[in-house]
Design a protein around this ligand. Structure first.
Ligand code: SF4
Length: 218
């Protein structure tokens, strides 16, 4: 059954009677998220970080949660990890503001950058569902295991080692690629671990870039 908020967010009657454009629908939902108090994360946020990018690209990147910089500036993936992500993609001919739309499973920053809790992910789900319904992606990239678990529809958090590096099918029946969150490189406990995360990220983002180019050529 559909979440009551999701129906409210999408407001089907309004879409069909007023022919509201996808940009306006998304903007209206963003305004609601900015005032949202559905989970405790609203108490510690500076602002919600709704999403950013090209909604007509047919490609969605879904991370886990905003960090300190994102909370401050209101844009996803702009800290050190975001710069790494953007730079690897650029090396592969992909520009983030042109080639995909990027968001997170929760729109408010968890305190001290902790992982989002299942209840918070569930509370925030209608916003992400609405974004997916409006953007209608043909490809997903999951950054981090919480995002990958949600997109795959698994109850238990997945092991990234087992699912990365290949094309998977999401719970929406749409192809997806999953990889480590770019911040994993910075949080590695040893040089060899750092190299492993960096190499894996580069391989998976190349696969993602190739898949975007393939979609474009069709
Ligand atoms: S994380 Fe999502 S559900 Fe929680 S307060 Fe923010 S917008 Fe609302």
């Amino acid at each position: 059954m559909r979440d009551k908020l999701l129906l409210e967010l999408l407001d089907f009657q309004e879409i069909y009677t007023k022919r509201e454009s996808p940009v306006h629908r998304l903007y209206r939902i963003k305004s609601l998220a900015e005032r949202c108090r559905r989970c405790p994360l609203h108490t510690s946020r500076i602002q919600t970080v709704f999403g950013f990018g090209n909604i007509a690209s047919g490609v969605m990147v879904i991370g886990e949660a905003p960090g300190a910089n994102e909370d401050l500036y209101g844009k996803p993936f702009i800290g050190k990890a975001g710069e790494r992500f953007t730079s690897i993609l650029r090396e592969n001919g992909i520009e983030r503001d042109r080639d995909f739309y990027i968001t997170n499973v929760v729109k408010c920053r968890p305190p001290k950058n902790r992982d989002p809790e299942p209840k918070e992910i569930e509370a925030c789900k209608p916003y992400l569902m609405a974004q997916i319904e409006i953007i209608k992606p043909r490809l997903f990239l999951a950054l981090g295991r919480y995002s990958a678990t949600w997109l795959l529809g698994y109850k238990h958090t997945v092991s990234m080692k087992e699912i990365r590096g290949k094309i998977l099918i999401s719970k929406f029946g749409i192809p997806m690629i999953a990889t480590y969150h770019p911040s994993a490189v910075d949080h590695a406990r040893s040089q060899s671990q750092r190299e492993f995360y960096d190499r894996s990220l580069r391989e998976d983002l190349k696969l993602f870039a190739d898949k975007i180019k393939e979609l474009r050529s069709k």
